[in-house]
Design a protein around this ligand. Structure first.
Ligand SMILES: Nc1ncnc2c1ncn2[C@@H]1O[C@H](COP(=O)(O)OP(=O)(O)OP(=O)(O)O)[C@@H](O)[C@H]1O
Ligand SMILES: [Mg+2]
Length: 621
């Protein structure tokens, strides 16, 4: 059997939409369809009952039974309409919940993060994320009712066509076909077919971003002192206009299609009504039959092209986007799975702090495979020691930290812990052993407690949290109240400065160390701390991480020199490594940087802070 048509059908967004509807709430979906079909069939039934009523009247029979039937049918119509609206709204809400759940699973399940950084997935991600916000169309709880109404009209038309077949067998199908042709001919007019083009999405993203620039608090400062308010407004208007122009071009009525529709529909209806009139005047059609047939012929018009296509297309698009996303993220966010071979050891037995070894590590980000960031990195960090990594902006230091956290796998080469390739570890086992403060660490809009111990729901006493805060010099922040939410957006919440946030992030890592993490990655952990604070905090951090394997990335040489060993990264490889004294004695790259920065700092520094060590590597770039 040829499976292609079936695959084509099941690949259609509409199919995926109705499948998702059923998966979201099977009981509701069945009830929704049932009420919808009943609502669709009732007008045809009422038409037939009217025929019965007239017939009974003409024959002089009792009018009680037909009148009762008409009344019941009419009452049912009145009752079922609101039921359908209620079911639609409910089902729409359930469907959006179901889709959000699937999206959350798709974004959070992959062990890597590549799927969130791939430009080609951004469109689908945006669509799947924003579908219910009323930006791209009405929310599902609203559009479900449009869809139900549209489908009900199709059933009304089909049922009327069946009734019309009692006049002539071909009359129903012929009139239904005429009205159906409008779907085909006007499809482009009502459906924004270009919804998914890159131009539309790009204009949408530019417009959204410009809008957020204008209304979010973050960019408000720059908007003012760079005088950007007018520019932002103009840009927003221009982007929205582009969007509307694209939409108009894609959906405007095509004159030829409209004319053709009119011709087909008018000719078929004219022919049919002429025939009905002819037969009625000839006496071949009783009054009762004529009323039924005329009403049925008019009823078939419910099939006409209308809002269904638009609503269905709008509602099915996010389901299709999610569908694609679910298939893509599996690869994009994948990491090599640990071997399933049972004879191999599972994750190595935990040691307090592992030795880390990077051997000939090459790496390029997936979206830029031709631009290697790391090309042949060799590094050994003995267990329980610290290694500082220095290098210019963009040298690949943060990327190295990501590989050690195993957010990505190296393109080639290995990262080993205690002699075992990280790919052989179960990812969760490894991540429990590692903690990090990244440059772009997250600032949770949550309590101080949750910021320090985000994953620990089993905490019954705050001793360790307070200790970690103390290690990071953050014990007094938010008045020392662990329940204070770190955002002004909440009642009694508070905002922190950049350096204060950095202390909170450090406390989070140090809390993880207290909970057993043996590898600590610190990517510019003190960049925003004042010089005094930095010296003091760093002492405490060193103390708190003693005996752990620490990788410290920093541009501050006063921090760097305290590490057991230092590696200079340049051009994707390690060009120098050794202790501070060894590297200074070598008079190489490290020495040059250190001296240059030290002398520059000495010339400009305030005497109070001038310990001759406060240098920033990045000033050189
Ligand atoms: N997610 C990403 N996708 C593609 N390229 C990236 C990504 N992140 C970083 N890069 C590129 O990889 C290179 C190394 O970046 P990385 O962040 O590792 O530098 P770095 O040494 O940490 O710099 P800095 O001192 O500024 O923090 C840069 O050229 C950067 O443009
Ligand atoms: Mg970096």
């Amino acid at each position: 059997m040829d499976e292609r048509p079936i695959r084509r059908l099941t690949g259609r967004p509409e199919w995926q939409f109705f499948a998702a509807l059923y998966r979201a709430a099977p009981g509701y979906a069945v009830a929704w369809w049932t009420v919808l079909v009943l609502n669709g069939v009732l007008p045809a039934v009422t038409t037939i009952l009217f025929g019965w009523l007239i017939d009974a009247h003409q024959r002089g029979h009792g009018l009680g039974p037909p009148l009762t039937a008409v009344a019941v049918s009419f009452a049912l119509t009145l009752v079922l309409q609101p039921v359908q609206q209620m079911l639609s709204a409910n089902l729409g809400t359930r469907l959006s919940g179901h889709l959000y759940r699937r999206l959350l699973r798709a974004t959070t399940t992959p062990p890597g993060i590549g799927h969130l950084e791939r430009a080609d997935l951004t469109n689908d991600l945006t669509m799947a994320r924003d579908f219910d916000q009323g930006i791209l169309g009405p929310p599902l709880s609203v559009s479900m009712d449009f869809i139900a109404g549209g489908l009900m009209n199709l059933v009304i038309g089909a049922a009327a066509a069946v009734v019309l077949m009692t006049f002539h067998w071909w009359a129903g199908p012929a009139l239904a076909a005429a009205w159906l042709s409008t779907h085909w001919l006007l499809r482009e007019s009502g459906v924004w077919k270009d919804r998914n083009t890159d131009r539309v999405r790009l204009a949408q993203r530019h417009a959204d971003y410009t809008y957020r620039l204008a209304v979010d608090p973050g960019p408000a400062k720059e908007l003012r002192y760079f005088g950007l308010a007018g520019w932002v407004t103009e840009r927003f208007v221009a982007m929205r206009r582009t969007l509307y122009d694209l939409q108009y071009e894609a959906t405007r009525l095509r004159e030829r299609s409209v004319a053709l529709c009119l011709l087909i529909v008018a000719a078929t209806n004219a022919g049919l009504f002429w025939l009905i009139a002819h037969q009625a005047s000839d006496g071949q059609l009783s009054l009762a039959r004529a009323v039924v047939v005329v009403q049925a012929a008019m009823g078939v018009s419910a099939i006409a092209f209308g809002g269904l296509n638009w609503a269905l297309d709008g509602a099915a698009a996010p389901v299709a986007a999610l569908h694609r996303l679910e298939h893509e993220v599996v690869d994009a966010g994948a990491l090599a799975a640990p071997p399933l071979d049972a004879s191999l050891p599972a994750s190595p037995t935990p040691a307090p702090a592992p030795v880390l070894r990077l051997t000939d590590v090459h790496f390029a980000y997936p979206q830029e495979p031709d631009h290697p960031v790391l090309s042949g990195v060799d590094l050994v960090i003995p267990a329980g020691t610290s290694l500082a990594i220095v290098g210019q902006n963009g040298a690949g230091k943060t990327t190295l930290a990501k590989l050690i956290c195993r957010l990505y796998d190296p393109t080639s080469g290995t990262v080993e812990a205690d002699g075992t390739d990280l790919k052989r570890w179960r990812i969760d086992d490894w991540r429990r052993r590692v903690t990090a403060v990244f440059q772009d660490f997250v600032r949770f809009e949550l309590s101080v407690r949750r910021n320090v111990a985000p994953g620990s729901h089993d905490i019954t006493d705050d001793t360790e949290i307070r200790a970690a805060l103390r290690d990071a010099g953050a014990q007094h922040l938010a008045g020392g109240n662990l329940d204070t939410i770190l955002s002004k957006a909440y009642p009694a919440g508070t905002d922190l400065s950049g350096g204060q946030w950095q202390r909170i992030a450090l406390a989070r890592a140090l809390f993880a160390v207290r909970r057993g993490a043996g590898v600590v990655l610190l990517d510019e952990p003190t960049a925003q701390l004042d010089v005094r604070g930095e010296a003091e905090i760093f002492e405490r951090v060193l103390e708190a991480t003693r005996g752990r394997t620490v990788v410290l990335i920093s541009h501050r040489f006063s921090t760097v020199r305290r590490a057991d060993r230092i590696a200079v990264v340049e051009g994707g490889t390690v060009v120098e490594s050794g202790t501070h004294d060894e590297l200074m004695a070598r008079h190489g790259r490290y020495h040059t940087m250190f001296e240059l920065q030290a002398s520059r700092f000495a010339a400009h520094a305030e005497p109070e802070y001038d310990d001759g060590e406060e240098v920033r590597y990045d000033v050189l770039d």
